[in-house]
Design a protein around this ligand. Structure first.
Ligand code: ATP
Length: 256
């Protein structure tokens, strides 16, 4: 079996009287596209927020590429190797597409503040490398020609691609996509699917939350279904789709 990238066990999170997550666990292997689905309020976003350091879990163990990590702060999680996108796009709207990707890349660089202030030769060399890599990533996600456009001027679908490029810029072990197809039209969804397929072919690992069941079932290698914070079912799309518990709780009611 291929290498385990993410291993999460026994994650629980309570908000006051509401048990948003109860003992949830998933294991994702390198090169997989793993889907997290479930009806509204099932706990998907809470799970993402716990995984990426936005919420502190009440319990749970977390391992990324064989190393345990504590998701206590967003920057620590990013350093550990998880990059995420958000349901509501979070780009720097007045920065260019290129600059937005360069920001992601800076996390992996070394010259630091002193180098930036004094514009040392190593800083300049590093900047040039960062810009070159950012251009490559913009081409990779299909928006290279918009490198110098302010990100707020890009179409919705292209802004989502830009978020993915920025996530890739951190060289993550795992890319967590929060509803990447939200608000996309049919053509943009097909393009998104092709992009995610390409990322998988390049041996990257993806976890995604998505409301579009058709997209999830067509794209994901394995899926976990949450319902009222509990793990209802996990398996291949075919296994999950045929699970009577899932049909009753989710798919049978007409999906998202
Ligand atoms: N910060 C919070 N404070 C209190 N309750 C919260 C908080 N965040 C989420 N919840 C509650 O936890 C439950 C799970 O919410 P969550 O957003 O994780 O579900 P979801 O599966 O992502 O839903 P959706 O598909 O609608 O985005 C919901 O009942 C929600 O109201």
């Amino acid at each position: 079996m291929s290498e385990t990238i993410l291993k999460v066990a026994n994650v629980s999170k309570r908000f006051g009287g509401l048990q948003a997550l109860s003992d949830v666990g998933i294991e994702i292997h390198r090169g997989e596209v793993y889907g997290l689905i479930g009806p509204n309020g099932a706990g998907k976003t809470t799970f993402f927020n716990v995984l990426t350091g936005l919420y502190t879990p009440d319990s749970g163990s977390f391992e990324l590429a064989g190393k345990s990590y504590k998701p206590t702060a967003v920057h620590e999680v990013a350093k550990a190797g998880i990059a995420r996108t958000f349901q509501n796009i979070r780009l720097f709207p007045d920065m260019t597409a290129l600059e937005n990707v360069m920001v992601g890349r800076h996390m992996r660089t070394h010259s630091g503040l002193i180098g930036a202030v004094f514009r040392t030769s190593s800083f300049k060399k590093e900047e040039a490398e960062i810009a070159a890599r950012a251009h490559e990533l913009l081409d990779y996600v299909g928006i290279g020609k918009f490198a110098d456009y302010k990100s707020r001027t890009l179409s919705y679908g292209d802004q989502r691609r830009l978020e993915i490029a920025r996530a890739l810029a951190t060289d993550p072990q795992l890319i967590a996509l929060d509803e990447p197809a939200a608000g996309m039209n049919a053509t943009e969804k097909i393009q998104l699917r092709e992009l995610i397929d390409q990322i998988r072919k390049d041996n990257r690992t993806i976890l995604l939350i998505e409301h579009d069941v058709k997209l999830v079932m067509g794209l994901c290698d394995r899926v976990t279904v949450l319902d009222y914070g509990k793990q209802l079912s996990s398996g291949t799309p075919a296994e999950v789709q045929n699970d009577p518990k899932v049909i009753e709780a989710y798919l049978g009611t007409g999906g998202a």
